[in-house]
Ligand binder design. Sequence first.
Ligand code: EPU
Length: 421
Amino acid sequence: MSDPQRILVTGGNRLDGTIRVGGAKNSALKLMAATLLAEGTYRFANVPRITDVALMSDLLRATGTSVDWDDSAAPILEITVPATIEPVAPYELVEQFRASIVVLGPMLARCGEARVALPGGDDFGPRPIDMHVRGLTELGVEFETKHGYIHASAPNLLGARVLLEFPSVGATENLVTAAVRAKGKTVIDNAAREPEIADLCELLNKMGARIEGSGSSTISIEGVEELHSADHTVIPDRIEAATYLSALAVAGGEMTIEGARHDHMVMLCQKFGEMGMRISPDADGIWAFAGARLRASDCSTLPYPGLATDFKPFLVAVLATADGVGIVTENLFAGRFRYVDELRRMGADIDTHSHHAVVRGVERLSGAPVKAHDIRAGAALVIAGLAAEGETVVAEAHHVARGYDDIAGKLNALGADIRVE
Ligand code: EPU
């Protein structure tokens, strides 16, 4: 896989046509981790070809698992898990992507122990794992941290009632994947409701797990003695689809996003509707139209089904050229506003105060050299570049490749002018 350095966007073009959304990164990574629960061969369709999937493949290989692409027909990711695995997630891989922490639950369930390096990942503030640890402790897991590694052990996982302080996606996933093999029943209250969690639970049930309530805030898991391998198709990536809708919002035009699930992004579609776009589900995915300059609107991020924190950089980029003032409030991650400095370099009028951004729309941004600090911030700068006069050069584009398979090619197919170096 190539490692792009820079994305060069020449703004001003309308976007028209049809684009196809890929499989959800944040689902595929968790499904891959879940394979560690049982020996056998798994065949996953609609897995995106992105850097994070390559990293998770390497992480699985470090346990003794084999991971290969089968490109004979529609691409399939084939994973073969051996009878015994090494329950270790090495630092060299974990420090590159935070999602690696989700191997903790499957390793504990399968081996009764796990050694996982403390996670790194995106550059937006501290991202603790205290809720994972507290929840798993309720299931009987003991933790020790030494030499930069979490050593977790649980010779006998026991079902329990766990109340999460916040509906954390990763903590819910680690709890579910540990509880599927625990003795007795586990109930997770205030569980995360993201579609990616429901997708993971669907795979787990195909593997023989007994999970009810996924997609709601109470998930019940009846532990089972044995699990087996299964095949699965990854759900479409709602964050990628949101990226294209945001691109349309700033550039104008008419677009069909094939494969996208409107029911997974209702709040965002509603918000864009308020701002003046027309968006509706259709047989192939989502249809959208953006005519005149959009109106500003206030936005506040919340756990699903609220406006996702991942949409926020896109919304700020859209508001940067909308008519009026929009206040954007971040309720999930502290300090996730670094890209605002980059947008300012493009002429955006944005003030940040603690977890709020006040965005005063300007008629036009101006292309400038900017830097991607994380996946979504990088995509937001590409979106802003589409609305800018002249050329925007987004450096550190490898961040974007972590979550997008050919963002430039897809947007160019709609009329954008983007080059990748
Ligand atoms: N949190 C804690 N303690 C914990 C766990 C989380 O304080 O033990 C805090 C986090 O620091 C954060 C909030 O709770 O402030 C939400 O974190 P959550 O655990 O829900 O997020 P995550 O599982 O680490 C996933 C996605 C993120 C997405 C968030 C929120 C993956 C691989 N990552 O992260 O996606 O922003 O949920 O929806 O699924 C991305 O795709 O670019 C991305 C960063």
